[in-house]
Ligand binder design. Structure first.
Ligand SMILES: Nc1ncnc2c1ncn2[C@@H]1O[C@H](COP(=O)(O)OP(=O)(O)OP(=O)(O)O)[C@@H](O)[C@H]1O
Ligand SMILES: [Mg+2]
Length: 256
């Protein structure tokens, strides 16, 4: 099954096209990297899928068509995203921030069943327990008891990541999750993404860190000026002349 299928998606802001007809597929259980120079349209693609910008084209999630331009529709189909600039509530603690992402009392989740049977107290305990476990999983436990306003940039990223995990996503769109993380945190992120893919989640990973893309992605899609420049296996993509030209000066990291 495809976690996400994007067909000929176009987005324009006034007369300027940020996406000029991009297609890509993220199979369930795989990680697809989306990269390309600044302004090439990567974040806009995530915004198009999540309905926060108006888009034309066709998107399906887990083989079901998704109505575009409607925020919230993708989330109902199991899509979760993180933001290029992490969004964490400044007055809530790490645990409280993560709890806001929990699938409490909705749908068929075990938490919802507990909520119905035992009331809000039991459900709250489950939320807190799951939030603590998710923070631990992403390596963000140090942020559990502090408010968003005093978290480091890296901690805000980890809290945001934990918040999407407690929603039990089937499709995960990560917008530059490694930016601002230290080496140990990037290593943990790499394992986390690999584990999520092994659990069947389809991951679209936007990142500029070539070593991370190469290590964790099954395929890479490179955008340039709103169009797909190249797509292929990580080892091959960086050999492509036009990709090298687009990335001039950045390829020493691991793309050679
Ligand atoms: N809300 C908006 N209004 C107007 N123009 C926008 C808007 N969002 C994005 N753009 C423009 O669309 C183009 C693509 O932007 P986008 O943020 O998708 O690029 P990106 O590939 O994510 O870049 P970066 O690597 O810097 O994050 C850019 O020219 C940007 O200025
Ligand atoms: Mg971006």
């Amino acid at each position: 099954m495809n976690a996400l299928e994007v067909r000929d998606v176009r987005v324009h802001f006034g007369g300027v096209y940020a996406l000029k007809g991009v297609s890509l597929t993220v199979p369930s259980g795989m990680c697809v990297g989306l990269t390309g120079p600044n302004g090439s349209g990567k974040s806009t693609l995530v915004n198009a899928v999540t309905g926060v910008v108006d888009a034309e084209g066709a998107v399906s999630v887990r083989d079901r068509p998704l109505q575009l331009c409607r925020p919230g529709r993708a989330a109902r189909l199991g899509v979760r995203r993180t933001y290029q600039t992490p969004r964490v509530h400044p007055k809530l603690t790490g645990i409280e921030n993560v709890c806001t992402g929990h699938r409490l009392a909705t749908g068929r989740s075990a938490t919802a069943a507990l909520f119905r049977r035992f009331g809000a107290g039991a459900a709250e305990r489950v939320r807190q327990r799951d939030a603590a476990a998710a923070l631990d999983r992403v390596g963000g436990s140090a942020a559990a008891g502090i408010t968003g306003s005093v978290m480091t940039y890296g901690q805000r990223r980890l809290v945001e990541l934990a918040r999407v995990l407690v929603a039990e996503p089937r499709v995960l769109l990560l917008d530059e999750p490694s930016a601002g993380l230290n080496d140990a945190e990037v290593t943990a992120l790499r394992s986390l993404i690999a584990d999520l893919a092994a659990e069947g989640v389809g991951v679209l990973l936007i990142d500029h860190r070539i070593s991370l893309l190469n290590e964790v992605c099954d395929r890479l899609v490179v955008l340039e000026e709103g169009l797909k420049l190249h797509e292929g296996e990580p080892a091959d993509v960086w050999r492509h002349d036009r990709v090298r030209a687009a990335y001039i000066g950045e390829l020493d990291d691991a793309g050679n």
